[in-house]
Design a protein around this ligand. Structure first.
Ligand SMILES: O=P(O)(O)OC[C@@H](O)[C@@H](O)c1c[nH]c2ccccc12
Length: 455
């Protein structure tokens, strides 16, 4: 049986490695502190653990090109945690992948391996893991408990993997707080996602349940969500995708998109490339976030290709807008002044970019909304003083149907409520995700996280 082979090979390689527990303990003391794996899985809405997986015994090589750090960076804005296969012989993994990635991203990392000794746990921690995998099937009761305690002493809550009712019982008796249900039978590789749905029933609410393996589509995820699964572990589907961010979103079924407006510097572009909002905005109108064409073009070229660029104009001439849009290769022009419906129509007829028209959220009449919605791809509702960090009464627009964008005073603390009330297609934020140095990485991540919860 393959599992037996893997364990035997693992034993041999451990013997060769001759891990020294005192050395490892010392390395753990200087390692980056572990992140809270449990909490990111516990959050509202289904969480995704994206796996860095090069090959598997059942599928052979899954992904030929394997820039592991880049893949992890892609994952950073798309999933709540990253699982890294470190087993070498059968999964073509490596401890080096874990080590490199831990130095690059802030997301909690799970060390995915066949673990049956304390040394392996110390090794995982020393290389930056925030959690480890413990497979019930290969561990005696006492050993399972001992390894759980060992991991916790290093600040890691393990993912305890099961496949049968008996194994779930064993995991719970050992005190596991995160139980994985592997849909794949490790002895013959058959996969059935109903396995997670059935076994979920035997697990109490406060324990986090992770459905593992064979998750391929939004419809799978919807079924798992309905069954009360907290998180999914996805390897192959994401590894075979050329667009990790998009595929993760598709699995999640997210509908509300995010626009981060008013970027000015390459540093801010770097931050956006890590967080990967759907859109970013370059402000061409006079404002403290104004940028010129040259700078915009440069920023645009540095942006991750999945992020669309919106140019923001206020009462600008047709020719100027058109030339700027072409020069900077804008995906969208956003008209944020008193532009009339005729200008919107003419720009839209060019068909090289989308046209968004901004309107003040509170004071606008149904008649005006109706007229502009005929000539713009999206209507954007903002407070009367754009960029002023003020909200308006969302009540006014909550019944406006069609493609709307909500802006004005949004920030991580209120965007969840805004999304719930208004159900916009896109939320737009600028000052709400800024710190003293401009756009702030952790504020943007929190903002996106809030949108994901409710969107
Ligand atoms: O690639 P998939 O079908 O999405 O599966 C991911 C993950 O669940 C799988 O890699 C896995 C689950 N448990 C394991 C134990 C060891 C090695 C690998 C695994």
């Amino acid at each position: 049986m393959i599992l037996k082979r893997i364990i035997e090979d693992k034993r041999k390689s451990l013997e060769e490695l001759q891990l020294n527990i005192d050395d490892l303990k010392r390395r753990c003391e200087t390692a980056l502190p572990p992140k809270d794996f449990y909490s990111v899985l516990r959050r509202e809405g289904i969480s995704i653990i994206g796996e860095i997986k090069r090959a598997s015994p059942s599928k052979g090589v899954i992904r030929e090109d394997f820039p592991h750090v880049e893949l992890a960076r892609e994952y950073e804005g798309a999933v709540e945690a990253v699982s890294i296969l470190t087993e070498e012989e059968h999964f073509k993994g490596s401890m080096k992948y874990l080590k490199d990635i831990a130095q690059e991203i802030d997301t909690p990392l799970l060390c995915k391996d066949f673990i049956f000794t304390r040394e392996q746990i110390y090794l995982a921690r020393a290389n930056g893991a925030s959690s480890i995998l413990l497979i019930v099937r290969i561990l005696e009761e006492e050993l399972l408990k001992e390894l759980l305690t060992c991991a916790r002493s290093l600040g890691m809550e393990p993912l305890v993997e099961t496949h049968t009712e008996g194994e779930v019982k064993k995991a719970l008796e050992a005190g596991a707080m995160i139980v994985g249900i592997n849909n794949r039978d490790l002895s013959n590789f058959t996969v059935d996602i109903r396995r997670s749905i059935e076994l979920r029933r035997n697990i109490p609410e406060e324990v986090v349940v992770v459905a593992e393996s064979g998750i391929k589509s939004r419809s799978h995820v919807a079924l798992l969500e309905e069954a009360g699964i907290d998180a999914i572990l996805v390897g192959e589907t994401l590894m075979r995708s050329r667009d990790l961010v998009g595929t993760a979103r598709e699995l999640r079924g997210v509908t509300t998109k995010v626009k981060i407006c008013g970027i000015k510097t390459p540093q801010e572009v770097e931050i956006l490339n890590r967080c990967k909002p759907h859109y970013t905005g370059l402000v061409f109108a006079p404002s403290k976030r104004q940028v010129d064409r040259e700078t915009s073009k440069e920023l645009r070229e540095r942006l991750h290709p999945s992020i669309k660029t919106v140019g923001v104009f206020v009462d600008e001439e047709y020719e100027e807008i058109l030339n700027t849009a072409r020069y900077c290769k804008l995906d969208v022009v956003q008209l944020h002044g008193r532009e009339d419906t005729d200008l919107c129509r003419r720009l839209r007829e060019v068909r090289e970019f989308k046209v968004w028209k901004a309107l003040p959220g509170e004071t606008i009449s149904d008649y005006i909304i109706e007229n502009y919605s005929q000539v713009a791809d999206y209507l954007l509702f903002d407070s009367i003083t754009p960029g002023g960090g003020k909200t308006f009464h969302w009540e006014r627009i909550k019944d406006v149907h069609g493609n709307i964008i909500l802006a004005g005073g949004l920030a991580p603390y209120n965007v969840g409520e805004a999304v719930k009330k208004v159900r916009p297609s896109i939320v737009d934020v600028s000052s709400g995700v800024e710190g003293s140095e401009g756009k702030d990485y952790s504020k943007i991540l929190r903002f996106i996280e809030e949108v994901r919860k409710y969107g």
